[in-house]
Design a protein around this ligand. Structure first.
Ligand code: BTX
Length: 327
């Protein structure tokens, strides 16, 4: 109901809408409306109320609920249900909980802050309040569990495109990072629930440093991390960026679902790769090896050439890849 009232306020653009009209349209009592209006005010919506005239929306806060993101969405399924939280331990954890309870394909979980944001291999992800985009998408594709890593490439490509559309050219560091001027601006964490040959669901977690300043990062990662704001010198509209990323994600993901292909995503990942053509250090189970990254396969594996000239493919999750020259 709160969302419906907000929609009416937004639809009456800069004009008062009377309590009576809201009450008639939504079949809800005037006292209930008053309570919902107060709840909206608490969320940061500035609403003027004048007796006999009604309510007028003066300004909307920078928050990431469905009502705010909706106007940027062009998707059919992805992001059509958004669970929005002020604070969460981790959007991936919440998404897994929801997915286990039959939440459907395309549901998105967003938090303004994560107190236990997670990276790969038990690492943590710094997620300060209202400074970034911390979100997870629930997916139930009919693909083999071994193909789950393909979705990470789809997500990386979708984020690259979304950020590019708001005017920032980044690079994709296979398999799951987006970098900007050699520093990490986004990370993707795909987690899966399934059995050997059956995938139950996937959760694709996306963390984007949108509007952080240097001092918003923990000291130990300041040299490695950057934000779109730092590079652009101005804040980005987080809700617009979310909309663009989800739109691109749906388009690229449909290629996987309908054609069992991720060619479009791979093309983006290859053309904008931070690694291809460069020497990299592979870290596999504590062992380090130098090689040259030469391509990404149709399946999303990194193709490398070792010092003897031998070519092989590596699967994400197997190794950490470091650029030798600070990318
Ligand atoms: P990763 O394991 O590749 O990167 C984690 C590493 O990146 C950390 O060990 C740290 O060095 C560095 N780091 C931590 N926080 C940041 C940051 N904000 N910016 C840049 N570098 C950082 C990458 O894992 C995958 C991260 C996914 C995060 C999303 S947020 C929404 C969803 N929920 C959740 O808990 N995780 C995902």
């Amino acid at each position: 109901m709160k969302e419906k009232i907000l929609k009416l306020l937004k639809d009456s653009k800069n004009e008062f809408i009377s309590g009576q009209e809201i009450s008639q349209q939504l079949n809800v009592s005037r006292t209930a409306i008053w309570k919902y209006i107060n709840a909206l005010k608490e969320e940061g919506y500035e609403i003027e109320s004048v007796s006999r005239k009604g309510y007028m929306l003066l300004s909307t806060p920078d928050i990431l609920n469905y009502e705010e993101i909706r106007k940027y969405l062009e998707t059919k399924h992805i992001g059509r249900e958004i669970f929005y939280f002020d604070t969460l331990d981790s959007t991936n954890l919440k998404a897994k909980e929801l997915a286990a309870n039959e939440q459907k394909e395309g549901t998105v979980v967003i938090a303004e802050e994560q107190t236990n944001g997670r990276g790969r291999l038990g690492r943590s992800w710094s997620s300060p309040k209202k400074k970034g985009i911390w979100m997870s998408i629930i997916l139930t594709p009919e693909i083999e569990p071994t193909d789950a890593a393909k979705v990470t490439q789809v997500a990386a490509a979708a984020v690259w495109k979304g950020i590019n559309e708001v005017g920032v050219k980044t690079q994709i560091k296979w398999p799951n990072d987006i970098v900007l001027n050699g520093k990490k601006v986004c990370g993707v964490l795909t987690e899966m629930s399934g059995e050997l040959n059956r995938l139950n669901y996937l959760v694709v977690g996306i963390g984007i440093n949108a509007n952080m300043s240097d001092e918003d990062f923990p000291e130990e990662i300041r040299g490695l991390a950057t934000s779109l704001k730092i590079e652009l010198n101005k804040e980005v509209e987080r809700k617009e960026l979310i909309g663009r990323i989800l739109n691109n994600f749906e388009e690229l993901y449909e290629e996987l679902i309908h054609n069992n292909s991720i060619d479009k995503s791979i093309k983006i990942c290859v053309e904008n790769s931070a690694l291809i053509g460069k020497d990299v250090r592979l870290i596999l189970k504590g062992k380090e090896e130098e090689a040259k990254a030469i391509d990404i396969s149709k399946e999303g594996e990194l193709i490398i050439q070792d010092k003897n000239g031998d070519i092989s493919k590596i699967i994400s999750g197997e190794v950490s890849v470091r650029g030798l020259y600070g990318y």
